[in-house]
Design a protein around this ligand. Structure first.
Ligand code: SAJ
Length: 421
């Protein structure tokens, strides 16, 4: 890789994207200052420790800190490039961009001619234009890039992250990146930044298209999962095994149906399509419906559990429901926006059954479940099956493949992931 013009990088937001990005850039010998508003996060990183779960990230971060290439701070400082990777949550039908504006305001005093500012946070189309306008307002002494107007002091670009949790370090380096410049020169400088650590293709476009590209990728997946989830409900009605059906249909060279499940979780696919709906509410019937189909799936699973519990109720003792998995997807410990957790909370709240939960990636139940009477976590997945009258497979963690079908004998099984089907 060629020597970069960018010798010092400031990364704003040290979460699931910002911290791995800062650590990987620092691991290439570039000076990186990571900025986070939480002093405890900053202190931890400066000790060479991390506050998130991601395979191998601890070693990369510790090494970068030891080598003196990575430092954390609560305030930005002068650098050649600034990367903004702060949360953009979605509340009440609107993207909340407050953290982006705060980050932009915090770097404005540090900017000098020749700088690059890149926004990575998932954002509605037009956000980078607005960020550039805000910087221009705060720094009238500098010519901040404006869309399509060549010639500027401060370059601005939008480059979405596309890494899969659990594979972040590999995907950060190997995935191709969409590099959306406000101008051609902005895209060229942003390409220099990503070339420091990215071996994938760097695909240049404008900022607005890059913003939409990120949303499109996740909406594409959401719509396809909704198709699979709808199929699973149709198949149940028609007494057809949906897993076999999907497998067979996928033998067609131009068909690739995704897997049905208990719903769609995580903070990306279940959220990002709403950014498109917000931007074009009258033109997004399909994208909105897909969201509604996926959001409706946990309720469908709950109704099945309720029917199974009613069936098992004998009057002598409360039926036991064994729930396998709480995470939002297999082999991670992340419970945020998890349909499995949502289902567990609702089952626990029913009050007509006891609940044994297995989630091999956590040690304690989350607060929303911990206080429920008759709810407990077991470290032994076999026990969750053994004690249950109704077994509900919610997350297809690899570990669960060791549960033998014999163990399920005599129990009502609700397999939302198709591992036993
Ligand atoms: N899911 C299904 N059926 C499937 C695939 C997934 O029900 O066939 C469910 C999962 O169980 C989970 C949810 O969808 O609840 C999302 O999981 P995921 O593994 O598909 O995606 P995320 O949310 O972990 O990461 C996505 C990725 N986007 C795409 O694959 C288009 C990742 O590349 C993005 O970087 C990430 O969102 C992000 O940050 O936007």
């Amino acid at each position: 890789m060629t020597e970069s013009r960018l010798k010092k990088v400031c990364v704003l937001g040290l979460g699931y994207i910002g911290l791995p990005t800062a650590s990987v850039i620092a691991s290439r010998g570039v000076e990186v200052v990571g900025v986070d508003v939480k002093p405890e996060v900053v202190a931890r990183i400066n000790k060479g420790e991390i506050h998130i779960v991601e395979p191998d990230l601890d070693a990369v971060t510790a090494h970068a800190v030891q080598q003196g290439h990575l430092r954390a701070s609560t305030a930005p400082e002068p650098a050649d490039a600034y990367m903004i990777a702060v949360p953009t949550p979605f509340h009440d039908g609107k993207a909340d961009l407050d953290y982006v504006w705060k980050a932009a305001r915090s770097i404005a005093p540090c900017l000098v001619a020749g700088n690059l500012v890149v926004l990575e946070s998932t954002s509605p189309p037009g956000t980078t234009d607005k960020m550039a306008a805000l910087l221009a307002e705060l720094r009238p002494d500098l010519k901040i890039a404006q869309p399509g107007v060549e010639g500027c002091d401060v370059h601005v670009a939008y480059c979405p992250e596309r890494v899969l949790p659990g594979r972040v370090l590999t995907e950060l380096v190997e995935n191709s990146r969409v590099v959306g410049g406000m101008t051609q020169a902005c895209a060229a400088l942003a390409e220099d930044l990503y070339r420091i650590f990215c071996s994938g293709e760097l695909l240049r476009t404008n900022a607005r298209t890059a913003e939409m590209c990120k949303l499109t990728e996740n909406a594409f997946r959401d719509v396809n999962i909704a198709f699979a989830n709808e199929l699973s409900i149709v198949c149940e009605k028609l007494d057809i095994n949906v897993w076999e059906l999907v497998k067979l249909a996928n033998h067609h060279p131009r068909v690739n149906i995704l897997q049905p499940g208990p719903g769609v979780g995580g903070h990306c696919i279940a959220v990002d399509p709403w950014f498109i709906v917000e931007a074009a509410p009258d033109e997004t019937r399909l994208i909105r419906t897909a969201r509604e189909v996926n959001d409706g799936k946990p309720k469908y699973v709950l109704d099945k559990i309720a029917a199974a519990v009613a069936d098992k109720a004998s009057g002598k003792r409360r039926p036991v429901v064994g729930l396998l998995g709480l995470a939002f997807k297999p082999d991670v410990d992340d419970l945020r926006e998890s349909p499995a957790l949502q289902i567990a909370e609702a089952v626990a709240a029913r009050g007509d059954c006891d609940v044994v939960v297995s989630e091999p990636h956590i040690e304690h139940l989350p607060a929303s479940l911990a206080n429920g009477a008759g709810v407990r976590l077991t470290a032994d997945m076999h026990e969750a099956v053994r004690e249950a009258d109704v077994v509900v497979m919610l997350v297809n963690h690899r570990l669960y493949q060791t549960i033998a079908r014999d163990e399920l004998a005599g129990r009502t099984v609700i397999d939302t992931r198709g591992i036993w089907s």
